[in-house]
Ligand binder design. Structure first.
Ligand SMILES: *Cc1c(COP(=O)(O)O)cnc(C)c1O
Length: 509
């Protein structure tokens, strides 16, 4: 007879029967724990091989060289074991992957990652909680909320603040502009965009950002139906920070033309120069004109960790919303980013109640559903990485890494600026330096071509990776220093390499 009490026995019996059947061994469940451990151990070994075998930032492989190998992969025939799989992926990917942890990888905003965060990834992907609703994550939701609260405290927001993890800075910036747009429309036009779509006035909405701000501001304005034309770029001063006099001029000019300023975006750490716009002054201007104030601290949020440099973020607490990319400046694996607001009620602008997920009649603080604050539904538990990191390392140790990086950047700026063969374009609040090779006594109209050649050669040889960017129409090289292991000696070595390739160019042109 089946009674309540022997149901568990029955479960066990079913499981036991399953465990002798190997056709389910690839599914992650109680009966496959040995298979799981074996796969994880081989995968970790493959990562360790990656560390030991890749001695340079990049192998220099081209897509044309790698593509034929992909053509010979027959996806209809699975491989016999994990060993074969690892070796296939090693030749297709790992062997040639760019090594962000290498001290001479100084190209884009990719930090080396810390081990606690990588360990957290093991739990994140296996347990696979989805952070949209409490009934898919339970404690995971509270961990995310605590990480958000911690970040809001560090920003200087009060207890009304709130936020949510996102896929990255681009998405966080989109949420900032989305709330700015919908908030303006409700408050000033009594028009609910969520319900009714854009009002006719939306074609005149204007958003102000420094010309050195991130391109996602324009891209998001276009996605949000405002058009790239809605973004008014404010000239930066000689230090690549937003010029606030010009900001106010621009707001007044747009008003005079009958346009509708709705938001100002300050960049706390520009992607190219690592400089922070004057956050406090911009905050006051935003308040004066009643504009939504969004601070894009995708890069600069790392300063929250350093008591020595935290003052650079003064004024961030005036923001209505903030973007913070932990995967840029907190040594976290991709993806890990947050969108924070100074008042949780703003999230009401985007909340949608779905009967199957977060029904309105069950809305209560007792059942925290993060989906109410997100534009994603199913969502990774990235917050656990930050939790592991803070609990294992603490803020001070992370802050020490940020300080080391900034100190190296200062030393490198000094080295470049005192070398007559280089033009240094900026000093950085953070750790991005824009410069070019311009050997003294050489008069060439080909500075741009020469520096492009240098960058291409570095990529081809792979001994050091640097980035490039255009400033006032001319090409420059860029160091983005995000690795505390990078020393000035590493950089001196890269500079010698740059000169070598530059001199090759001169010789053959
Ligand atoms: C990188 C960056 C972004 C975009 O962030 P993703 O995480 O790459 O989407 C936005 N703003 C600034 C200033 C950035 O440097």
């Amino acid at each position: 007879m089946i009674t309540q009490s022997n149901v568990p026995h029955q479960d066990e019996a079913i499981l036991e029967a399953l465990s002798t059947d190997t056709s389910f061994e690839d599914i992650f469940y109680e009966g496959s724990s040995q298979e799981y451990l074996k796969a994880m151990s081989l995968a970790s070994q493959s990562v360790v091989n990656f560390l030991h075998d890749n001695k340079k930032p990049f192998s220099g492989v081209t897509a044309a060289q790698l593509r034929p190998q992909f053509e010979s992969v027959d996806l209809t025939t699975p491989l016999p074991d994990y060993e074969s799989l690892m070796s296939e992926v090693e030749s297709l990917y790992t062997k040639h992957a760019v090594t962000f942890h290498h001290p001479k990888y100084v190209a884009h905003l990719n930090c080396p990652v810390v081990i606690p965060a990588i360990a957290a990834e093991v739990l994140i992907s296996a347990i696979n909680s989805s952070l949209d609703t409490w009934d898919q994550s339970a404690g995971g939701t509270l961990i995310e909320q605590k990480m958000i609260e911690w970040t809001c405290d560090e920003i200087g927001f009060d207890k009304n603040a709130d936020g949510v993890f996102t896929s990255g800075g681009s998405q966080s910036n989109m949420m900032g502009l989305l709330l700015a747009r919908d908030h303006y429309s409700i408050e000033h036009l009594k028009h609910n965009i969520k319900q009714n779509g854009l009002p006719p006035e939306a074609s005149r909405f204007r958003i102000f950002v420094s010309e050195a701000g991130h391109f996602s501001i324009q891209k998001n304005a276009s996605i949000l139906g405002l058009g790239e034309k809605a973004v008014v770029k404010i000239k930066a001063d000689r230090t690549f920070r937003m010029n606030t006099v010009l900001l106010e001029d621009a707001i007044q000019r747009e008003l005079k033309q009958g346009n509708i300023p709705i938001a100002v975006v300050a960049t706390a750490g520009t992607t190219d120069f690592g400089n922070l716009d004057p956050l406090e002054a911009i905050g006051h201007i935003a308040a004066k004109y009643k504009l939504w104030y969004h601070v894009d601290a995708a890069y600069g949020c790392g300063l929250l960790l350093s008591s020595k440099h935290r003052y650079l973020l003064n004024g961030i607490e005036l923001a209505n919303s903030v973007t913070a990319d932990y995967h840029k400046a907190f040594f976290q694996p991709v993806s890990s980013s947050a969108f924070l607001v100074n008042h949780k009620r703003y999230f009401g602008l985007i909340t949608h109640y779905a009967d199957y997920l977060n029904p309105k009649d069950q809305h209560s603080d007792e059942i925290p559903n993060q989906v109410n604050k997100s534009i994603q539904t199913t969502r990774r538990f990235d917050a656990l990485k930050l939790w592991f990191t803070l609990r294992m390392m603490g803020k001070e140790k992370l802050g020490g890494y940020i300080e080391k990086i900034i100190e190296t950047a200062e030393n490198v700026a000094h080295i470049i600026s005192t070398d007559r063969d280089f033009d240094l374009l900026n000093y950085s609040d953070l750790s991005a330096l824009v410069f070019r090779y311009n050997p003294s006594g050489l008069h060439t109209a080909n500075l741009t071509q020469m520096n492009q050649y240098i960058k291409a050669q570095l990529l081809k040889h792979g001994d050091a990776l640097v980035a490039g960017t255009k400033v006032h129409g001319e090409f420059y090289l860029k160091f983005t220093l995000l690795n505390p292991l990078t020393t000035t000696d590493h950089i001196k070595n890269i500079l010698l390499n740059i000169k070598k390739h530059g001199n090759e160019f001169i010789k053959f042109n």
